[in-house]
Ligand binder design. Structure first.
Ligand SMILES: NC(=O)C1=CN([C@@H]2O[C@H](COP(=O)(O)OP(=O)(O)OC[C@H]3O[C@@H](n4cnc5c(N)ncnc54)[C@H](O)[C@@H]3O)[C@@H](O)[C@H]2O)C=CC1
Ligand SMILES: O=C([O-])CC(=O)C(=O)O
Length: 354
């Protein structure tokens, strides 16, 4: 029978640079206790993401929210023989009600790219969605772990932080931009290149989630990638431009949805394993875009250990080789600019009372 591989198999192996921990608490078992909400559940990512989450052994209630009608999607999912209860809500007026008491809110709501667009071009269309979700979270579930998939991630996450700050509910440990797809792609492409199963590959991907801000740390790949400089550069470029590869292939019908749903489900699974303290000695490690002081940028994608409150510990930026050091130097000013745009947008949204 087909079974999804939740838990350690679906997540990354221990990173080579990760410290062993001694304060881990044993698994609390597999009771369904959690309420997880998907905002944008009718979309290209939202539907397969919800399908994957319907199978999760710890999810008791799966909430689907969208501005479009999700009643049919909820009816469809509710026939699957797993016991997560599916609820559905439509429209902005129902958003706070939908999110009430959620433990995790994952947000794939928003416009995707068309060929010729950058992720930054989505800001005008998607920023107000992020503001609306942040406002609703602040009253309905201020303690929830909040994971944004909506692009442009580098700017959306700082916007949300400003809105939550204005409501006095911002906790940097609980706000994430989902960059797991960059790790998933890196594992796949490196697995092909090295000649091993992609599941066997571990590699941190740091920085942000757009073009040059995506920095796959090839030098820390396990098993090692020992391609020559031309091969390294070509792989580096393919990982950075993988989103565009899909946008071009879809020819106007959006961007990555299925690989993103898989990656989003994997990230939610890691958040859940953090909540349930299921990471064993090593803890649950994911690369994610969140506020930290590990770099010169206020928000940065890097490996973190997840726990019940979200980020439990930021791991240091992995050792970089000369190519990666140059890439980091080049990405920091771009990322800072993206973040600054988000802070400005968020602050003006607060002033305007959105
Ligand atoms: N972080 C990442 O790695 C990735 C991010 N993305 C981003 O994910 C977002 C969604 O992509 P797709 O699912 O392909 O788009 P889509 O257009 O297929 O789905 C978006 C859904 O959001 C809903 N929506 C829009 N505004 C809403 C609101 N205010 N409240 C509730 N629902 C709302 C729409 O009705 C639609 O059902 C895009 O911004 C895309 O760029 C896509 C791939 C990877
Ligand atoms: O490229 C896009 O617009 C969607 C995205 O973020 C990705 O696939 O990495």
């Amino acid at each position: 029978m087909f079974t999804l591989r939740w838990g350690t198999q679906l997540s990354q192996k221990l990173h080579p640079y990760q410290r062993k921990r001694t304060d881990a608490v044993p698994s609390t078992g597999s009771q369904r206790t959690l309420k997880v909400a998907v905002v944008g559940a009718a979309g290209g990512i939202g539907q397969p993401l919800s399908l994957l989450l319907k199978h999760h052994p710890h999810i008791e209630t799966l909430v689907l929210h969208d501005q479009e009608n999700v009643k049919g999607i909820a009816a469809d999912l509710s026939h699957i023989d797993t016991s997560a209860v599916v609820q559905h809500f439509q429209g902005p007026k129902k958003l706070a009600l939908a999110l009430k008491g959620s433990d995790i809110v994952v947000v794939p709501a928003g416009k995707p790219r068309k060929p010729g667009m950058t992720r930054a071009d989505l800001l005008d269309a998607n920023a107000s969605i992020a503001v609306a979700v942040a406002n609703a979270v602040s009253t309905a579930c201020p303690g929830a772990l909040l994971a944004f998939i909506t692009n442009p991630i580098n700017t959306i996450v700082p916007i949300v932080a400003e809105i939550l700050k204005s409501k006095a509910v911002y906790d940097p440990r609980r706000l994430f931009g989902v960059t797991t797809l960059d790790v998933v792609r890196s594992k796949t492409f490196l697995g092909e290149s090295i000649g091993v199963e992609p599941e066997e590959v571990t590699i941190p991907v740091i920085g942000g989630h757009a073009g040059l801000t995506i920095l796959p740390v090839l030098s820390q790949c396990d098993p090692p990638f020992d391609g020559d400089e031309a091969e390294r550069l070509s792989l580096f470029h393919r990982i950075q431009e993988a989103g565009t590869e899909v946008v071009i292939a879809k020819a106007g019908r959006g961007s990555a949805t299925l690989s993103m749903a898989y990656s989003g489900a994997r990230f939610v699974d890691s958040l859940i394993r953090g909540i349930k303290m299921e990471g064993g000695d090593e803890g649950v490690v994911e690369c994610t875009f969140c506020e930290s002081d590990v770099s010169e940028a206020k928000f940065f994608a890097s490996p973190v250990i997840l726990g019940p409150q979200g980020v439990k510990e930021h791991l240091e930026i992995p050792c970089l080789d000369d190519l990666e050091k140059a890439a980091l130097k080049c990405l920091i000013p771009i990322l800072k600019k993206n973040i600054e745009a988000g802070i400005k947008y968020g602050q003006s949204a607060v002033v305007c009372g959105f």
